[in-house]
Design a binder for this molecule. Structure first.
Ligand code: FMN
Length: 448
């Protein structure tokens, strides 16, 4: 059995992934705005030796025809949130090994300041930082808040290419790794190893010196989850760890193969990209018990939230279409994946499906043994490197997984018992023994 990478999906808001199950008696996610909640979650991850805590993020909110529906606020579907960078920073002092992956948008963040913030986190964490590169799924509302014009879907990926090229120059090229001497009898740094950056791209311009010196990893570990053709191209060129949504073995195998093919097309090795699938489960003493528990989670959510939630990701108001409208008649400039994945379905099918898991993974419902079987079968059958655990009710679902499923995976040799393979997140995820990006990665050409 292959050795899996495991991360925990979290979101600095009460609900996650377009669902609103916060009323469930075991949910304590409404405490997301307390430091204690995050420290508890980080401790849980680190005690279980998970590879990383992933902090998702969005800037936009739900709107239907330009109006925010009251239910979005009543059920805290989207807002309020906290800033994942600040949460990651707050967790540095209480963690020593856990990778911290923050989501950052190439659409709304000015790259020069962004490069410094990430380098600071990578520096202070000793190289435990990852960046989930997103073009922002909730772009249509986010741009209004930032006073920008909307940027079309594929153009946002072109922006991502330009943004990445710029921040690589600062992370990889501005300060050589041995530029700092810190010699009180000599000099602090060697001017020959500090280089000005020149960037005049189609979207971004920057001329300057790196505001931070090179951090342990240089470029933080790059995560990405674009699933459209443009998204996959960017992921294949730049991504080190690609997330795919949940699905059958066949669907996941198709995604993994397509992502690795994009990497090869970009001159990288197929296994240079780690593919991790979102995975959710509801554990029970028996299968029937697990199903009852799953129903209780679904019952915690008001059905009316679904229309507002789907609109948040796609801008589409499904309540304005006849229930039998084929989804192939709809299109969006927001998350195209959230329309394309329902090809062959009707509007009514989508509303029913969305209620159960939103954009998140559809849970595997069963005993701990059945869930471990499914994880192993998916990993082997679809050539996956690991999973992003997406809890249905936090932190209860994570505790259940750690206490009941993880020991079975360990027994089967599918998950290690201790942190290994180096101290940086990159070494641990790639096993390469190198905390810097390999020479085949496009960032490496900016090195001196
Ligand atoms: N999009 C965000 O804007 N913020 C996130 O935090 C975020 N996290 C994601 C986590 C996972 C596991 C997956 C599968 C997707 C996530 N996405 C997130 C969405 C992707 O970035 C991307 O927009 C989506 O997969 C649709 O791809 P496309 O725009 O190429 O169609």
């Amino acid at each position: 059995m292959r050795s899996l990478k495991l991360g925990l999906f979290e979101n600095a808001q009460t609900n996650a992934s377009g669902t609103a199950t916060w009323r469930h008696p075991d949910s304590r996610r409404h405490l997301f705005d307390t430091l204690g909640y995050w420290q508890e979650v980080a401790r849980l991850c680190e005690d279980a030796k998970l590879d990383f805590l992933f902090l998702a993020d969005a800037w936009g909110w739900s709107e239907i025809a330009g109006v925010r529906p009251p239910i979005a606020t009543e059920e805290t579907l989207d807002l309020p949130r906290l800033d994942p960078f600040v949460i990651a920073s707050a967790l540095l002092a209480s963690t020593t090994d856990l990778g911290l992956v923050v989501t950052g948008s190439v659409l709304v963040e000015p790259p020069y300041g962004f490069a410094r913030r990430l380098a600071t986190l990578d520096q202070l964490s000793g190289g435990r930082l990852g960046w989930n590169v997103v073009t922002t799924g909730t772009a249509d509302t986010a741009v209004k808040a930032f006073g920008m014009d909307m940027v079309a879907h594929d153009d946002r990926y072109a922006m991502a290419e330009d943004f990445l090229d710029l921040v690589y120059k600062y992370w990889e090229g501005a300060w050589e790794p041995d530029a700092l001497e810190k010699d009180k009898a000599g000099r602090f740094a060697d001017p020959a190893k500090v280089h000005p950056v020149e960037h005049d791209g189609p979207y971004f311009r920057s001329h300057g010196y790196g505001n931070t010196a090179r951090s342990p990893q240089g470029t933080p570990v790059l995560f990405q989850a674009g699933a459209s053709p443009a998204g996959r191209r960017v992921g294949g060129r730049h991504g080190e760890c690609m997330f795919v949504g949940s699905g059958s073995v066949e669907q996941l195998a198709g995604h993994a193969k397509a992502i690795r093919a994009e990497a090869v097309r970009a001159g990288r090795k197929a296994d240079e990209v780690k593919v991790m699938s979102a995975f959710s489960c509801v554990v029970g003493a028996t299968t029937a018990d697990a199903e009852r528990r799953w129903q209780r989670i679904l019952d915690a959510q008001r059905p009316e939230v679904t229309v507002a939630s789907y609109a948040m990701f796609t801008g589409l108001d499904l309540s304005s279409y006849a229930p039998d409208t084929p989804m192939t008649e709809l299109s969006t400039e927001m998350s195209q994946t959230q329309v394309a994945r329902f090809a062959g379905k009707t509007v009514d099918d989508v509303l029913a499906d969305w209620h159960t898991h939103g954009v998140g993974a559809r849970p595997v419902v069963g005993t701990a043994e059945e869930i471990a079987d499914e994880i192993c079968a998916l990993a082997e059958g679809a050539d996956l490197d690991g999973f992003l655990l997406s809890p249905t009710v936090q932190p209860a679902s994570t505790v259940e997984f750690v206490e009941s499923v993880l020991p079975i995976l360990r027994e089967r040799g599918a998950f290690r018992g201790e942190y290994a393979d180096g101290e940086s997140l990159r070494e641990r995820l790639t096993g390469s023994g190198d905390r810097a990006l390999p020479a085949s990665h496009p960032a490496a050409r900016h090195r001196h």
